[in-house]
Design a protein around this ligand. Structure first.
Ligand code: BTN
Length: 272
């Protein structure tokens, strides 16, 4: 089970910035939990679908995409070395495609507003610096139990950010971390900076879909113009992301639109 955090996660400041956008919004901080995504999905299945941001100093079973584990930084100083949190909120967009891309745009712009630190977006939902992963995003949804013809789903948007230097141990590509260009910034400060723009982005996506974010994604797209290989064996030249959020890959058989998030993609020559 979880234990309340003793650290100052600036909950009041975060709640005050987000509540005007999301009535009833609350911030919860815990010292340790299996996974903030798992916890919010458990709550949703139990009918608890209130808007909440849950941050954990340590996750004992952090999860990534495609069933992979997500390991945070050093256990002795997890709050300093990584930021792991999930935003849970009811959501009813007309079309869900591109939500993870829009979330990536909000986080990348929040971490590197001018783009000078080359914080880039790697379809569908990683944030890279110099081909090294800085942020992972895992989005899951549960049926909201309120029923009715307009039933929305409950979206759980999990974000893991490397704040301090991390061992590359076991990872094929060593990670990137925020202290590379923002030495001394703390996980609570980063969370306080990102929370409101993130919620605003998700609400904007709900109202207008991915299309309004497409140009901002393209400005940071790290795959566009590169030869890529997909985990299903497809290879070709990446032509960026379409307005519907699909990855466009020019192969010998023509341009293919990749929408499945069951597929992984890498620049050619980089291991999966
Ligand atoms: C990925 O890169 O495959 C996605 C990683 C997502 C990690 C975050 S950390 C907070 C939230 N809780 C989890 O268990 N996973 C997400």
């Amino acid at each position: 089970m979880s234990h309340s955090s003793t650290a100052d996660w600036l909950q009041d400041r975060i709640a005050a910035s987000v509540a005007p956008l999301l009535p009833g919004f609350a911030v919860e901080a815990v010292a340790e939990i299996d996974s903030t995504n798992t916890e919010l999905m458990r709550r949703a299945r139990a009918g608890r679908v209130e808007p909440v941001l849950l941050v954990a100093e340590r996750q004992t079973a952090g999860r990534g995409r495609l069933g992979r584990p997500w390991q945070s930084g050093a256990q002795h100083d997890a709050a300093a070395s990584s930021l792991t949190f999930s935003l849970g909120m009811p959501l009813a967009p007309a079309d869900w495609s591109g939500l993870s891309l829009a979330v990536g745009v909000a986080v990348a712009e929040g971490l590197d507003p001018s783009g000078e630190h080359k914080v880039g977006l790697k379809w569908p939902n990683d944030i890279w610096v110099d081909d090294r992963k800085l942020v992972g995003i895992l989005i899951e949804t549960a049926l909201s139990s309120d029923g009715g013809p307009q039933a929305s789903r409950y979206a759980v948007i999990g974000i893991g950010i490397n704040i301090g230097a991390r061992e590359g141990g076991g990872m094929r590509t060593p990670p990137a971390w925020l202290h590379q260009w923002r030495p001394g910034v703390t996980a609570p400060e980063v969370l306080a900076e990102l929370a409101e723009p993130l919620v605003r982005t998700v609400l904007d996506f709900e109202a207008r879909g991915f299309a309004p974010f497409a140009e901002r994604f393209a400005a940071r797209d790290v795959l566009r113009g590169r030869e890529v290989t997909l985990s299903d064996g497809t290879a070709g030249l990446c032509e960026g992301v379409a307005w519907g959020g699909e990855l466009q890959v020019r192969t010998d058989a023509g341009v293919q639109l990749i929408s499945s998030d069951e597929v992984s993609v890498r620049p050619r020559g980089m291991a999966f």
